[in-house]
Ligand binder design. Structure first.
Ligand SMILES: NC(=O)C1=CN([C@@H]2O[C@H](COP(=O)(O)OP(=O)(O)OC[C@H]3O[C@@H](n4cnc5c(N)ncnc54)[C@H](OP(=O)(O)O)[C@@H]3O)[C@@H](O)[C@H]2O)C=CC1
Ligand SMILES: CC(=O)C(=O)O
Ligand SMILES: [Mg+2]
Length: 417
């Protein structure tokens, strides 16, 4: 493990510190080049944009640029370690935007005193970008922040830990339940965690058919129930009228466990209490709520997923955010709405049921992958994710009335071939 720690630190430090840099898209070698790129030539697009702000999409990188913005209050499952400490994660998200969707992305870590300060800072710089990906901002402030920024910004604002996680969780969950022969409408669901990811995951599972009264949500104080007087308005939506108080109370005979809380909070004994053929998504990063080896040794009839790349079934928002922004930006969507989110869920789900390309097997280092307990969801390096999700999302944006331009003819056709 310490070897892996050394490798991770070395990866981040060499050959240059960090994971992203800026590249030029125009020649800048000659006097003529500089006259076009800077003074006097740059004045021409300035005048065009001043006359019509939409020209920023024609003459600048705005339309292909996403800002990854955090205040570092919920860095993965590591907690509130501040804005600067979140920078490796935010650079990582920028790397993933570029690698998987060709989107330019820059990380911005914001130090602030009040939530209003944060909102003002982001709203005041929003026009620079084609979209804003909020990241690792803790609940409940994240809900107020996202709502205010959606109202104030003309570009899509998307809190990835809420909606990216929810989309991937829903896609994986529907597939896992199908494999286990269970219907989401009947499933008893335990959600450990009641923050950004938890609330959004459960709301989307409800939109996909789960029954709100079948969901038991827990925070650090235990089960969220109607007699608690310490619940914020978001937790209140999941308050059960129940006498159950502990994880052990609610996990007995549960069909599903979703962990979006912290490391090692689910024991093998807890797992043994679950119903036959359970589904366990232990999504806390970097360390899941239960170690997969421990979980599989406790239950042979289990479908297990984590947020990590080094185990089967990676339920991680990387399967969503690069591609949903690609589709949204390509039709200049003003928002990422529920229709676009559901389109992403269906696109992700369907890919897992199809034969897996050779290059994915090679990248995953396995000989075969087929829809089943060890493969409920596509791998992030699957080249079908980009065209399929982006296209589904762009069409959903057009059909739901938030797109500002039509899709180009044959959109993504070369990548789908
Ligand atoms: N795999 C993936 O794609 C993703 C995984 N995650 C993971 O989900 C986790 C939460 O992230 P996020 O929602 O953004 O963070 P938040 O800070 O918004 O929420 C954290 C929640 O976890 C609860 N929690 C923490 N420790 C415990 C504990 N010991 N027992 C019970 N509940 C606990 C907190 O309870 P309380 O309300 O009482 O403080 C809170 O409700 C992280 O580990 C993160 O890595 C998040 C996004 C994506
Ligand atoms: C994956 C991710 O966004 C998180 O763990 O916070
Ligand atoms: Mg995150």
């Amino acid at each position: 493990m310490s070897d892996f720690r050394e490798q991770a630190l070395h990866y981040h430090a060499h050959p240059v510190p960090g994971k992203i840099s800026i590249e030029l898209t125009k020649p800048a070698e000659t006097v003529k080049d500089l006259a076009l790129a800077y003074s006097p030539g740059v004045a021409e697009p300035v005048r065009e944009i001043a006359a019509d702000p939409a020209n920023a999409y024609k003459y600048t990188g705005k339309g292909n640029m996403v800002a990854v913005i955090s205040n570092g209050t919920a860095i993965l499952g590591l907690g509130n370690l501040g804005p600067l400490a979140s920078k490796p994660v935010m650079e990582g998200k920028a790397l993933l935007f570029k690698r998987f969707a060709g989107l330019d992305s820059i990380d911005i870590e914001v130090k602030h005193r009040t939530t209003e300060d944060f909102i003002n800072t982001v709203a005041n710089i929003a026009d620079t970008f084609g979209g804003i990906n909020l990241e690792d901002i803790k609940a409940p402030e994240c809900f107020e922040i996202e709502k205010a920024l959606i109202e104030r910004c003309e570009i899509p604002v998307f809190h990835d830990d809420q909606h990216g996680t929810a989309i991937v969780t829903a896609a994986g969950m529907l597939n896992a339940l199908e494999i286990q022969g269970k219907d989401i409408q009947d499933a008893i669901i335990v959600c450990l965690g009641a923050g950004a990811a938890a609330i959004a995951c459960m709301e989307l599972l409800i939109k996909c058919g789960a029954q709100r009264e079948h969901i038991y949500m827990l925070d650090r104080k235990g089960v969220i129930h109607t007699r608690r007087d310490d619940l914020n308005e978001y937790k209140q939506l999941f308050a059960n009228n129940t006498d159950k108080r502990t994880l052990q109370d609610v996990i007995s005979d549960a069909d599903v466990f979703v962990g979006v809380s912290g490391p090692d909070l689910l024991s093998a004994d807890d797992l043994k209490l679950m119903a036959d053929k359970p589904v366990v998504f232990a999504c806390s990063n970097p360390d899941p709520e239960i170690n997969p080896e421990l979980a599989h040794s406790a239950r042979a009839d289990l479908i297990m997923a984590t947020g990590r790349s080094d185990y089967p079934n990676q339920v991680n928002n990387v399967l969503c955010f690069p591609f949903i922004f690609r589709g949204a930006l390509d039709v200049r969507a003003t928002a990422i709405n529920d229709e676009m989110k559901i389109a992403a869920v269906e696109a992700i789900r369907s890919i897992a049921k199809e034969p897996v390309p050779e290059q994915v097997l090679t990248a995953a280092g396995v000989e075969s992958l087929a829809f089943g307990a060890q493969y409920i969801i596509p791998k992030p390096m699957d080249p079908r994710l980009l065209p399929r999700i982006a296209k589904a999302v762009a069409h959903a944006a057009i059909e739901s009335g938030v797109a500002q331009i039509e899709l180009p003819a044959n959109y993504m056709a070369d990548l789908e071939a």
